[in-house]
Design a protein around this ligand. Sequence first.
Ligand SMILES: [Zn+2]
Length: 460
Amino acid sequence: MTWFDTVIRGGTVVAGGHSAPMDVGIRAGRVAALLAPGAPAAGQHELDATGLIVTPGGIDTHTHIDWPYDGTRTVDGALGASRAALLGGTTTVVDFVPPGEPGYDLRRACHDRADHLGSTIAIDFALHPILPDASRPVLDALPDVIADGFTSFKMYTTYQDRRVDDGAAWQLMNVIARHGGLPGFHAENHELLAATLHEQETLGRLGASDYPASRPALAEAEAIGMVALYARRIGTPVYIFHISGHEALAAVEAARRAGSDVFAETCTHYLVHDDSVFTGPDPWRYVISPPIRGDQDRLALWAAVRSGAVTTVGSDHCAYATTSKSARTDDHRHVPAGAPGIEARTPFLWSEGIHRHGFTPAEVVSASSERAARALQLDGKGRIAVGADADLVLWDPDARWAGSDLRRSSPDTFSLYDDGKGQGRPRHVLLRGEQVVADGELTDLPARGRFVARHARMTA
Ligand SMILES: [Zn+2]
């Protein structure tokens, strides 16, 4: 008889493109054995998974938890965000290190952010540092920052306060690549956006419903083409955050055909919504950049998520206070861009993927977890294999839910998903072997989330 801390019995394991009835033995927080159903094994805890589907925990590649902006912070806090994430089947997030003032200590900022989130978070997390410039202190800190496990980065090609120009992007990408890191971009051409916004200002068309027209898809396509070309010349992969529709997707695919190694991320809101939300109730809620686009864009993204052309799906979770998001809805320039959604990503991927877009459960798992772990080098995550972290979600494929049932990360924020409904919901969730959700309810949650330090890529 083999002994485990926990044995999950009677479920169907879906991972690595396969689906099979298997029992799972867990020891010391890791998967210790995959067993034939009913094989002799004993566990201190036994979890009945009859009728349930056992998958790796979800990985949200894009969150802004407890995020500083405009001299204040978003309202969720790491524990509130963790609770919403876990109930939605997400066990790991990749959040960001906010940029500092010119001359700031990048390495210090990275560790401060890891310590800050790590003190109260109940899920595992990695961090993408945001790089605001290619100044000497930033360039000089990069090798140590990468060696410390902060290996993927975000640069903005737009927003006056944090954009890097083309020369800075080129310099930063070279240094990141040389040390085995992964450069990533919020890719929208700054000058095109500025010209379009200027036109809107002239015409006085600045309401929330005018927002999508202020950021044309061409701006995304152009910037993606540029950074992908730089990446190809340097010989590094590049990660494109939050592509919003078919023009951005076409730019990614053209770059790949030309030989660029591009990881593309999209987000839940681009899959669930289309631009009709801007003529519906409370359109200010949907001010997110890049904008939510047309229905054909949405359908193209679903197909690309299924095929793998879109590598990852993040939530871009940013829990602004409802009062702050809705303060100036007559002028989209004063609506902070972004929305919460850490709770909705995996339930919508599962339900809409399987019931509307022809996904198998294995295809959902590939998109919600496995490809993220590979692209962002989260070793030990996104797998159900001996030695992997026992981050597991046991789905009830029959459970029906309404969007308004999904727990928000804070009562003071809003939702884009209240009107949705679906089928298939996490019933039990384990984080490194410990059951953190039981029968759809949170168990006691000490702050046991850990910072995941990642390894640099091998460089030539
Ligand atoms: Zn974001």
